[in-house]
Design a protein around this ligand. Structure first.
Ligand code: 13P
Ligand code: SF4
Length: 379
């Protein structure tokens, strides 16, 4: 796990001459109480956190766990969190859909979203009476930034009578203008459902151009797409897959459907972040590569010690804004509170509720792989 090493236990620079660790600067020490409370958790992250780093991390883990209890808070951690956040303080872990379902269900008074801003908004939309905190307001998403509510109104006027499906990776404003949301776990199911409900054979699916194209390859419904891209997944290509296979014979290639279609054409399996994790657990491949955000491989590797991971590392700069440090600050100072104007929230909730009302899939849906891309209108 990439992080700036801070001097901790085992470092022989006298305390008076060294910069305090982030924990020490907040008055948190690696003392006997912390050791007794959290040292047993170290094996969960031992592949990513060196023993030298642990004394700088452990006080945060302890303090966060204490604050969670005091405040009645839960941490919803997306699969892209770094292993310290994911394994040590996350109460619920999963993909966007699983976290949204948890936000709707939890009894906790406070939700800390260890993920990006649209995920925190989704939690607030579903749980308006709860306080939803995002540890860093800058944790955005290139897909969410690619489209506005005004754009959706223009699309609606250009294509009257067609349902508009929005990926959850959008702002509340955008969701409020759309008919139903989807995630990578249920995009095909949602598109087919809404086409049937509206009695149409064309559906607008925004804002991820590649997700839309990958959905189009999995359904007879014609898809109209928007030109948004995930800045992490757009970097992968079919040529990358061929190179990885040449360099690592026998490797199993798993891809997220935000990757370009030529990646899915070359992959062995494609699905949501949790579907990829599930594939590894169920199939126990000897060697695997996950074409998705970098930290996800670390989290899946920690739970599948027998599997060898090839690790290309495309980091999501937005997800990486969330850290133990700012989760602690968020819980301590109750910041940053996510608020959504009520009229927008209510309309956005209708779009999310329409998705959540669909039957819960009994297994992780997978995208068909190996097919060439189908032509899609991109607006
Ligand atoms: P999942 O819904 O598969 O977790 O994806 C969310 C995301 O942001 C992927 O980049
Ligand atoms: Fe957005 Fe891509 Fe980051 Fe996911 S990985 S939050 S889609 S920029």
């Amino acid at each position: 796990m990439a992080r700036i090493i801070e001097f901790g236990q085992g470092c022989d620079i006298p305390a008076a001459r060294r910069r305090p660790t982030a924990a020490e600067a907040r008055g948190l020490a690696y003392d006997a109480e912390v050791k007794a409370a959290v040292d047993h958790l170290y094996p969960k992250v031992k592949e990513f956190v060196t023993p030298m780093e642990w004394p700088a991390i452990a006080p945060f883990v302890h303090a966060i766990n204490m604050l969670k209890k005091q405040r009645g808070a839960v941490i919803l951690a997306h699969n892209y969190m770094t292993p310290d956040v994911f394994a040590l303080v996350g109460d619920f872990r999963g993909d966007s859909l699983q976290l949204a379902r948890e936000a709707a269900r939890t009894d906790a008074k406070i939700i800390v979203q260890a993920g990006v801003h649209f995920m925190a908004e989704t939690s607030k939309i579903l749980s308006p009476d709860k306080v939803v905190l995002i540890p860093d307001l800058r944790a955005g998403c290139s897909l969410a930034a690619s489209v506005t509510g005004a754009d959706v109104r223009l699309i609606r006027s250009k294509y009257p009578g067609l349902p508009i499906v929005t990926y959850v990776n959008t702002t509340a404003d955008v969701k409020a203008e759309c008919d139903i949301t989807c995630t990578s776990s249920n995009a095909v199911q949602v598109v087919e459902h809404v086409a049937k409900k509206w009695g149409v054979d064309r559906v607008i699916l925004i804002p991820d151009e590649f997700l839309a194209k990958n959905v189009a390859a999995n359904t007879h419904i014609e898809i109209i797409a928007w030109k948004g891209r995930c800045e992490v997944h757009e970097k992968f290509s079919g040529e990358d897959v061929r190179q990885i296979r040449d360099a690592h014979p026998g490797v199993i290639v798993l891809a997220h459907p935000e990757c370009p279609p030529d990646v899915l054409e070359e992959a062995d399996f494609a699905g949501s972040t949790s579907a990829l994790a599930h594939y590894v657990k169920e199939n126990g491949p000897k060697k695997v590569v996950l074409l998705t955000e970098c930290s996800m491989s670390d989290n899946v590797a920690a739970e599948n010690p027998g599997v060898e991971f090839v690790k290309p590392c495309n980091l999501c700069p937005h997800m990486k804004r969330i850290s133990l440090e700012n989760i602690y600050d968020a819980l301590l100072d109750m910041k940053h509170v996510v608020e959504i104007p009520e009229d927008i929230r209510v309309r956005a909730k209708a779009a999310i509720d329409a998705m959540l009302a669909l039957p819960k899939p009994t297994s992780f849906p997978k995208f068909r792989i190996g097919d060439p891309a189908v032509p899609v209108e991109v607006i």
